[in-house]
Structures are given as structure tokens and as C-alpha cells.
Design a protein around this ligand. Structure first.
Ligand code: AMP
Ligand code: MG
Length: 343
């Protein structure tokens, strides 16, 4: 996880917000305020420009810590831990919204997104870091619990049927970066950026009026970059098997689960980056399209192309981008060209 720190600095370097001094503008419109902290299992960096930037990042940091306590699977008083323990709870409004969004994305993606994968994550040791390869029987025994149909939401009361439990890790960071951008706006901030472990969301343009330039990691060499995408007012969120994995007998097992099989998704996609105005959607879809594989993901994008674009890298080292970001994407490093997914 510590390896992410230099990466984040590189992203911010590209984005031109390394400085936190007044650039000379008398209105202080381009003064940068930055905070770094660890939450949601990752390093976070929030930067807001302008007169209210300092208060904005302070409030945003408090909100991140509050949401982390609600949703972390190790936060004993949080909504998720409580709900998983009792199977019926009155949850906070944010938890209700995030569960409803998870179910909606589950339905949209034909079940590729499945926030009930927790027992599978447990079996593989991803929740405890005591990694192991479970037997096929163990997986079959818990697969019936992996089913969003077992979640009932009535007002703020959530019920989990038949022993099902939830894990919002596939979508929580995207919801959180959306929320931070909302807070920035409430404070009148017009330019800012957040990086939650390399998952980025931007507000407006850089203070000099140019677009933010966000680097996409090379999943085969995560210290290097496969491309850069230029955006404003967008989230750029990546799911990659290289982000959390273990090896046993020369085989790599990663943390993004195919809910149909209970095994790490083996779709051919090794990195999936979603570019969208909506951070929650970007996070939910990044996990989903990773599970879907190239063909299904391309078809899904064609149907929902007004809502997002995508950068995919497959295990043969091919980089694909969708048509909507053709003019704003540049390859980097070992990736000299891309293939275009056309509408
Ligand atoms: P992300 O990095 O956004 O792709 O999220 C990966 C995390 O989401 C994992 O660590 C699990 O907590 C959870 N997860 C794994 N597989 C799925 C899935 N198919 N649908 C939803 N969440 C998942
Ligand atoms: Mg995700």
C-alpha cells in the first residue's frame, strides 16, 4: 500500500498542484490547500484552491473519516458491521443511499457488481490478510449468500435475508470522492482535486484554466504509467488486480471477485479505469467492467456511453479506450498505441 504514495505525488505533479503558496493572484484564487491522511485503507490527498480552500479540506477530511467509520468492515460501531451482525438495522441516510446504488448497479450490470461478496472475500483471506486458496466445496457452500436479492430496504431499515452480508468496498471510495467535491462546492471552491489511493476526482479546471492530467497506472509495472487522460469535473477511478493480491504456487489471486464463480475474476481485463462525472458510478462500474471482460464491457459502454468512458488493459498488454475520450487520452511508457472501442 505504501507504494501508492510516490504514485499519488506523480499524479499531483502532472496535475500541477504541488505548490501550496499564493501564485500572486491578489484574489488568492489559486492558493492551494492540501491535506494528506490515511483512511478507507488507503492514502488520501485532498487539494482545494481559493479563499475557502482550507476550511473546505478540513470539513471534507472530517466527512471522509465519518463515512469510513460507517462503512469499514472493521469499524465495530459502523452501519456495515452492525447490519452484518444483526441482519436488520436502521441505517444512516448515506448508508441507505449507497446500498440502494449498489443494488441498482448490480441490476444494471447483470450481477457483475455484487456488494454481498463478503463471505467470499473472507474465504480468500482478503478481509484478514490471512490469504489462502479455499476449496471448491467451501466456495460452493457460501455462493448462495452472494445475492443482492437478499437485501431489503424499506425507508432507512435494511434487512439481510438468509445470512447474507455486505461489503461496500467496491463503491464506497467513489461515493466519498463525490461527497468531497460536493463539500468543496458548498464552500464556494471552484477548483480542486482528490486522490483516494490513486482514485481521482476533479472539480472544475486547474487554477490556470487548463485541464487536470490524470495518470493511469501500468498494471504490469505499477510504478509506471500506461497513459494520461485530461479531464475537468470528472472522476477517474481504476480497478486493478494488481492493487490487492497474493500468490500461491506461482498463481496470482486478486481481490475482484466474479460473483458467479466465487473466484477472482479471470475476464482477461487486468485494469479498468472509468472516467465519469459521477464518482459513485465510476467506482461501481470500474469493478463491474473488470468482471465483465472486454466484449461485455464494450457492449455495456455502448449502451451507457452518455454516462462514462473507459480505459481497459487486457492480459495480453493491449490498451483499449472508448471513443468519448479519444481526444483527451495519451499513451505513456510501454503503451505506444491504443485500440479504439467505437460507438
Ligand atoms: P474496486 O477496487 O473498486 O474494484 O473494489 C474492489 C473491492 O470491492 C474488493 O476489495 C471487495 O471489497 C469488493 N468487491 C470484490 N468483488 C466485487 C464485485 N464483483 N462486486 C462488488 N464489490 C466487489
Ligand atoms: Mg470500484
Amino acid at each position: 500500500m505504501k507504494k501508492l504514495l510516490p504514485l499519488m505525488c506523480f499524479i499531483l505533479g502532472l496535475s500541477g498542484c504541488m505548490s501550496n503558496v499564493d501564485s500572486g493572484n491578489s484574489e488568492k484564487q489559486s492558493e492551494a490547500y492540501t491535506t494528506n491522511f490515511f483512511a478507507m485503507d488507503t492514502y488520501m490527498e485532498l487539494t482545494a484552491y481559493g479563499p475557502n480552500g482550507e476550511e473546505a479540506i478540513r470539513t471534507a477530511q472530517e466527512e471522509v473519516l465519518r463515512l469510513d467509520a460507517l462503512w469499514s468492515i472493521s469499524s465495530q460501531d459502523g452501519d456495515v458491521v452492525q447490519l452484518n451482525a444483526t441482519a436488520q438495522e436502521t441505517v444512516s441516510e448515506e448508508t441507505r443511499q449507497l446500498i440502494l446504488r449498489s443494488i441498482a448497479i448490480h441490476d444494471l450490470t447483470g450481477g457483475a457488481f455484487e456488494c454481498t461478496v463478503l463471505p467470499i472475500m473472507d474465504l480468500w483471506g482478503f478481509t484478514t490478510q490471512e490469504y489462502r486458496v479455499p476449496s471448491a466445496e467451501e466456495i460452493q457452500a457460501v455462493l448462495p449468500l452472494v445475492d443482492s436479492a437478499n437485501i431489503e430496504v424499506s425507508g432507512n431499515e435494511v434487512t439481510l435475508l438468509s445470512g447474507t452480508t455486505i461489503d461496500l468496498g467496491g463503491i464506497a471510495k467513489g461515493y466519498t470522492s463525490n461527497r468531497i467535491i460536493e463539500i468543496f462546492k458548498e464552500y464556494g471552491v471552484e477548483s480542486g482535486m482528490v486522490s483516494l489511493g490513486g482514485n481521482v476526482q476533479t472539480l472544475g479546471h486547474k487554477p490556470d484554466g487548463s485541464n487536470w492530467r490524470i495518470a493511469v497506472q501500468d498494471p504490469k509495472l505499477p510504478e509506471e504509467f500506461a497513459g494520461v487522460v485530461e479531464v475537468s469535473d470528472k472522476a477517474v477511478i481504476t480497478s486493478g488486480g494488481y492493487q490487492r493480491f497474493f500468490e500461491e504456487d506461482g498463481i496470482t489471486y486478486h481481490h475482484i471477485i466474479d460473483p458467479e464463480t466465487g473466484y477472482p475474476a479471470n475476464s482477461g481485463i487486468i485494469s479498468c479505469t472509468i472516467v465519469s462525472e459521477d464518482g459513485t458510478l465510476a467506482d461501481g462500474f470500474s469493478t463491474s467492467l473488470f468482471v465483465m471482460g472486454l466484449e461485455r464491457a464494450s457492449e455495456f459502454w455502448r449502451i451507457h456511453q452518455d454516462e462514462f468512458d473507459v480505459i481497459l488493459i487486457t492480459d495480453d498488454g493491449t490498451l483499449y479506450i472508448t471513443q468519448g475520450i479519444q481526444k483527451s487520452f495519451l499513451t505513456q511508457g510501454n503503451y505506444l498505441e491504443y485500440k479504439l472501442i467505437e460507438a
